[in-house]
Write a protein that binds this ligand. Structure first.
Ligand code: NAP
Length: 272
């Protein structure tokens, strides 16, 4: 990917095979970035790579990686190092959720979620951030969630992973102040993607809290916010209001409200 276009910036996008990550790929290609597309489903990545190369005339590579595995994350970073001087954007987007009471969910799936939602962004940022700092230029976008702002009964581990990612991102944003590098946490409310199905929720289940925001809007808000140096981007008015209210509402009341919503989703998914 090196010789033909030495000056074009490279954006790395994890979870590019679907949903929000796929849209990041489209919009970053439209902005003239060469892309590194990362996920496990190679067929999907390859189809996207071919489309984006034709439509936008950029160069893309797709790399099949299971981000739950530290050795595979290292292999990915070793490959990226060949073009480190062009790596300008890292989007840590890959992630999934599990739904249900903690006493019911599968431990190995929860531990895998911690690897993908938390360890992978830490690992990739650890390797990529120094390249950006060296050139005093770059953006890291961590895809957290509106769920990051409250604990989430009946989806406890997912909410906790996103709270981790938000805290990590905000701290790095401050550490990177005046370095030319910006770390932004993207905190969307519901977005219609494969996420719900992957979490074991039926398409009939209501979305949590706020109205869904279109994936195109989520990503354009994220990119504009990141380019403006924002620490946190929350697409959609309702979601911004919900995030603000979560700061001021009594914790006990918040917990009961979230539990009620998530229990309803659980019932709707089970058809009861
Ligand atoms: N949709 C929402 O309502 C919503 C709201 C707030 C935040 N988010 C966050 O947005 C991000 C993207 O989710 P989405 O809504 O776009 O869901 P999605 O359509 O299910 O996409 C998830 C992506 O993550 C990748 N992924 C999952 N496990 C992986 C692994 N072990 N290794 C590599 N890649 C993996 C998947 O690729 P492969 O399966 O091909 O590996 C897929 O590309 C997630 O972090 C999610 O938590 C979503």
């Amino acid at each position: 990917m090196t010789a033909a276009t030495p000056s074009r910036p490279i954006a790395i996008i994890t979870g590019a095979s679907s949903g929000i990550g796929e849209e990041f790929a489209r919009q970053l290609a439209a902005r003239g970035h060469d892309l590194v597309l990362v996920a496990r489903r190679r067929d999907r990545l390859e189809a996207l790579r071919e489309r984006l190369e034709v439509v936008h005339g950029v160069q893309c590579v797709s790399i099949e990686v299971d981000l739950a595995r530290a050795a595979e994350r290292d292999r990915l970073c070793d490959l990226l190092a060949a073009d480190e001087d062009r790596v300008t954007v890292l989007v840590n987007n890959a992630g999934f959720g599990t739904h249900g009471f903690f006493r019911e969910t599968d431990l190995s799936r929860e531990l895998e979620m911690i690897e993908v939602n938390c360890a992978a962004p830490v690992h990739l940022t650890k390797r990529v951030l120094p390249w950006m700092l060296e050139r005093r230029r770059g953006h890291v976008i961590n895809v957290a969630s509106l769920s990051a702002f409250t604990p989430g009964p009946v989806m406890a581990m997912y909410f906790a992973t996103k709270a981790f990612l938000l805290s990590f991102s905000e701290a790095l944003w401050e550490e990177c102040r005046d370095t030319g590098v910006v770390v932004t946490a993207l905190c969307p409310g519901p977005v219609r993607t494969e996420f719900q199905q992957m979490a074991g929720l039926s398409s009939k289940a209501r979305t949590s809290g706020t109205a869904p925001v279109r994936v195109e809007q989520v990503v354009s808000d994220a990119l504009e916010g990141a380019m403006d140096g924002k620490r946190v981007v929350i697409p959609g008015y309702q979601a911004r209001l919900a995030a603000m209210m979560s700061r001021f509402s009594p914790r006990g009341r918040m917990l009961r409200t979230v539990r009620k919503i998530q229990e309803e989703r659980r019932r709707q998914s089970r058809g009861i």
